[in-house]
Design a protein around this ligand. Sequence first.
Ligand code: AMP
Ligand code: MN
Ligand code: MN
Ligand code: MN
Length: 285
Amino acid sequence: MGYSVRYDFHSHTHFSDGVLSPEQLVARAEEMEIDLLAISDHDSISGIEQAKAYIIANNLNLNLVNAIEISAQSDFGEIHIVGLNIDIKSSKLLSLIAEQQDKRWQRARAYELKFQKLNIQGVLSELETSCKQVVTRSHIARALVSLGWVKDNNQAFKKYIGKKGRVRIATDWIPMEQAILTIQYAGGLAILAHPTRYPMSVRRLGYLIEEFKIANGDAVELAYPSLTPDKRGWLEVQRKKNDLMASGGSDFHYPHLKWSDLGRFPMIEKNIPHVLDQIKDRLQS
Ligand code: AMP
Ligand code: MN
Ligand code: MN
Ligand code: MN
């Protein structure tokens, strides 16, 4: 089958910080002629069943791969791990999700306290009405915009909640090892998401990829919109050295960002071991 199949193994719905409903996401995947889509919401699987029901009701050809993007703690800082082809009924996975969602609401309350000290009012109550399930910093950014405290999301991150902003809260996400184990216990593959987007030096990123492999991680994302060709070359060397597979995805959140639309990311060469090889049997229908 090769990689002529149009796939996207990283995308979000409004159950985390995407803006589309699962139905709208599926419709967009159809428009973009995607054959195989992973919905990988932050610490949530709630969009998946709804997307499946829509596919069946409309008799669509799109195949879904169950997925999630888990925030985790590594020795080098916070990372994101995509769990691909997971059993969404796994009780260990479900309790990890409940724990993470709870941590996220605790963090939202901690943000509220810090905002109040800066005389910024109303963020938490805005989140309580605007947020469907998982509360992310994207929701906080949108709340700051709609309450008029900043002009856009960019400014919200820059001024307040980004890595150099005034309001920073450390969250004790579950350890990387536990996230990997839980994904694998649920029958899935653990993929280190967008490695070059973490705020760390190249040297430390190299160590992180090694640690990820030592913790039995399966793959790294090697194709995503913001990855430049020279960084990709470097990443491929690390992937190979650590005997990891490759995956790819757009990390789709919003339809208006053309450069990160569904299915828009560079091809991965056929000679590179790909997570797709492991889940090919799902492509038969
Ligand atoms: P969280 O997991 O709640 O900390 O939120 C992280 C999410 O915020 C990421 O998945 C991105 O979608 C979004 N995000 C992070 N940094 C930025 C930024 N500088 N500008 C816009 N969105 C961002
Ligand atoms: Mn996000
Ligand atoms: Mn991410
Ligand atoms: Mn993502």
